[in-house]
Design a protein. Structure first.
Length: 271
């Protein structure tokens, strides 16, 4: 996944976490290389103290979350005994007390951490925990789809930017329904059809017939978008996106989003 896409997905997940949980402060980051993660996205912060903060595995609450690959929480960060306190200064500068950290895990490998925090010492409730886990799962799904897309064999003579072609295809699918002029819309969809067959490979799963909206949703998912991001791009409700995705998965015989993208490409329904 490109750095820009990672940032968009992380920011979207954190904003959704903040709305769903009611937490005043949420933040997080993804591992770039090695064992260090930097806090890259914040929402609700009133100081720059946490921005860019490097979190090492095993250090502080987030570092413990990275090391154990499971959610961790403290009711009062400054006095918590079961974490180390390398980051007390920036945490105190932001006035955080009760904090939860949830790992982003893809194929058993921790890829980042999402945090939520209160500025008072209160227990983290089940509703907050569930919202944090759901936000982490959204980021995990997006990362998993992008990882798998990178591993797919390139089509014959793809040139140096085949992934950019796929990205452009997804953007065209998003734009087409917004075009009022039917002639122009048909021309855009015709271009999409040419991109679908651009690999030159014969479909390995003939007979699959996806609706235009099912294809739109799968194209967004293939770019790494979560259901909420796809809904925003396509002007749909998240529940509607889920419905189109379920229908496409059923037609493709897929059990996961990733399987659906792979099956659609094999069927020649996506480039």
């Amino acid at each position: 996944m490109s750095e820009r896409m990672e940032t968009v997905e992380l920011r979207t997940a954190l904003l959704r976490l903040r709305r769903a949980s009611g937490l005043p402060v949420v933040f997080g980051g993804l591992l770039q290389e090695g064992r260090t993660m930097r806090i890259a996205e914040l929402s609700g912060a009133v100081t720059p103290a946490l921005c860019g903060l490097a979190i090492s595995t095993g250090s502080g609450l987030g570092g413990k979350c990275l090391a154990l690959s499971r959610p961790c929480a403290v009711t009062d960060y400054p006095s918590a005994r079961h974490i180390t306190h390398e980051y007390d200064l920036p945490v105190s500068a932001e006035g955080l007390r009760s904090v939860i950290a949830v790992p982003v895990v893809v194929r058993r490998k921790v890829r980042g951490v999402l945090y939520g925090a209160l500025r008072e010492s209160l227990p983290i409730g089940e509703r907050v925990f569930d919202a944090a886990m759901a936000a982490a799962r959204d980021v995990e799904q997006a990362l998993a789809v992008r990882d798998h897309a990178r591993q797919l064999p390139a089509p014959p003579d793809p040139g140096p930017s085949w992934e950019e072609v796929r990205q452009a295809y997804g953007e065209l699918r998003e734009l087409a329904p917004q075009v009022v002029d039917p002639g122009l819309r048909d021309r855009l969809l015709a271009v999409c059809g040419r991109l679908e067959s651009a690999s030159g490979a014969a479909p390995t799963t003939p007979g699959i017939s996806l609706t235009p909206r099912e294809t739109d949703v799968l194209a967004a998912v293939a770019s790494g978008a979560t259901n909420a991001t796809a809904a925003d791009r396509l002007g749909l409700r998240p529940e509607t996106v889920k419905g189109y995705l379920r229908s496409a998965m059923r037609k493709l015989g897929a059990h996961t989003r990733m399987e659906a993208v792979v099956a659609a490409r094999r069927a020649g329904a996506l480039p």
